[in-house]
Design a protein around this ligand. Structure first.
Ligand code: SF4
Length: 469
């Protein structure tokens, strides 16, 4: 895997050039954000729910080993096989072995970001297993050979016409279909025989309950239920941070999840898996893949509270205008920019800069993760670890020095004001200055606030102007 830093800005530029997609993406996500706001206003106890969700998650994370063991013990009593995977490679090996033991070659799979993290599909395909995504958006992305661009709506960046073209190629349908219902029906017709012929099924897990040894999957299409129940073998791949202590805690999260994600009161299907079906087998693979390491990071451990609702993406002005694929990572948007550098600091070193730090992500997060503060902290860490381009680092260094000396700073401001009004435009706006490509400098002012203040206030005893009484 290449270690080269992702060029988010360049990828975003391509996305920005395509006006119809850009406008559609921006409007669609903003629509979800507005629907989420409407749901929030219906519930007077919204802020208390967020507070409670955050409290439960922080409590669980602070005693994670204990709750994981409790889950394992209870799940085994329910007849579930529990496996532990340190990383992606171990996860893939475990899943491959389970399938091999059952002589299973046709896996149907509900959307799961953890399997994307582990790069499971290509691994299993090399072992002779066909993997078919059953979630509509995820299937579109699979057929188009792309990662999901959003954690809840994987193909959110695609227009109906894009989907029609993909389906025409793979399902032989009319490339000019523009009715989403007809496209959904085409997927249904294509998926049905695959589902019925599958010998193994896979789901993720939104919440894992330690007290009962059960887990919950929330979807809107019911595809997870088909993946889990049509074949006799069900494998659930779940990140270790998905634990909640008690069944009684679930209500808080179920009320927050869909409202935050899509602005709908609840997901269409909220299924509790309590053990294998009659004559079947159920396996849960609990995946660490860097989570324990993140739990030990003082500034970033609370990112593990994330319930993957995507609300921070829907509200982020950078995400809405750059598209999820421009992040070049499994997780995109504000939460992705926190998680991804924990996988590979160099490769994802540009992502914490893909934010205006306006705090909107933090405001909408149902589990109260201080997202914009963590993004800011990542920037500091990356500078300390020298994971910043040389030119940018030196400019920041010089700016820091300048701002630390008020007299020099004011003289520089004056000189800049003069030169801005006289300098030919090309000196500032040229290919050497990517910052200027989408930005205009403010007009030079005749008088700075500092000049005005000095002129209008008498000097105090120490020579600085006194504040007006
Ligand atoms: S960080 Fe918060 S808002 Fe973003 S996906 Fe996770 S839970 Fe949702």
């Amino acid at each position: 895997m290449s270690n080269k830093p992702v060029n988010h800005a360049r990828a975003a530029e391509h996305f920005l050039e395509d006006k119809p997609h850009l406008q559609f993406h921006d409007e669609r996500l903003w629509d979800m954000r507005q629907k989420r706001d409407a749901q929030m206003h219906i519930l007077p106890e919204w802020q208390e729910l967020r507070e409670e969700a955050s409290r439960i998650k922080e409590h669980t994370l602070s005693r994670l080993p204990e709750y994981l063991e409790q889950f394992e013990e209870n799940a085994k009593k329910n007849g579930i096989h529990v496996h532990w995977a340190r990383d992606g490679a171990e996860h893939n090996r475990i899943v491959g072995e389970i399938l091999k033991a059952h002589n299973a070659h046709k896996l149907i799979k509900s959307k799961s970001m953890v399997t994307e993290e582990c790069d499971m599909r290509p691994y299993l395909e090399k072992q002779g297993v066909t993997v078919t995504e059953t979630d509509l958006g995820e299937r579109i992305q699979q057929l188009d050979d792309q990662l999901p661009s959003h954690i809840v709506v994987p193909a959110v960046h695609k227009l109906t016409s894009d989907v029609a073209k993909i389906f025409a190629k793979d399902y032989n349908t009319d490339p000019d279909i523009r009715d989403p219902h007809l496209l959904a029906e085409a997927q249904r017709q294509a998926a049905r025989p695959v589902i019925l012929g599958a010998d193994s099924g896979m789901t993720g897990g939104n919440f894992v309950v330690a007290e009962t040894g059960t887990f919950v999957v929330c979807t809107n299409e019911g595809n997870a239920d088909l993946s889990a129940t049509v074949p006799n073998l069900h494998i659930a791949t779940i990140g270790i941070e998905r634990l909640v202590p008690r069944m009684a805690d679930l209500g808080v999260f179920v009320r927050l999840l869909s409202r935050s994600a899509l602005g709908s009161p609840i997901t269409q299907y909220t299924t509790h898996f309590r053990g294998p079906q009659k004559g079947g087998e159920m396996h849960v693979v609990l995946v660490d893949n860097g989570r324990s390491a993140r739990l030990g990071m003082e500034d970033f451990w609370t990112s593990l509270k994330c319930i993957r609702c995507g609300a921070c993406m829907n509200t982020c002005p950078v995400y809405r205008r750059s598209g999820g694929l421009s992040y070049g990572a499994v997780y995109s948007g504000p939460i992705g920019a926190i998680i991804d550098p924990t996988f590979n600091e160099r490769k994802y070193s540009t992502l914490p800069y893909a934010s205006t730090l306006n705090g909107s992500c933090t405001n909408v997060c149902p589990v109260k993760i201080n997202i914009h503060e963590q993004l800011y902290k990542w920037r500091r860490v990356l500078v300390q670890h020298h994971e910043m381009p040389f030119v940018k680092r030196e400019i920041m260094h010089m700016a820091g020095k300048l701002m630390g000396q008020p007299k020099l700073y004011r003289a520089a401001i004056k000189a800049t004001e003069v030169s801005l009004s006289t300098m030919p435009r090309f000196v500032l706006y040229n290919w050497l200055n990517p910052w200027g490509r989408h930005r205009e400098n403010p007009h030079p002012v005749k008088q700075t606030f500092n000049d005005w203040y000095r002129k209008n206030r008498k000097p105090g005893k120490d020579g600085t102007p006194e504040a007006k009484k």
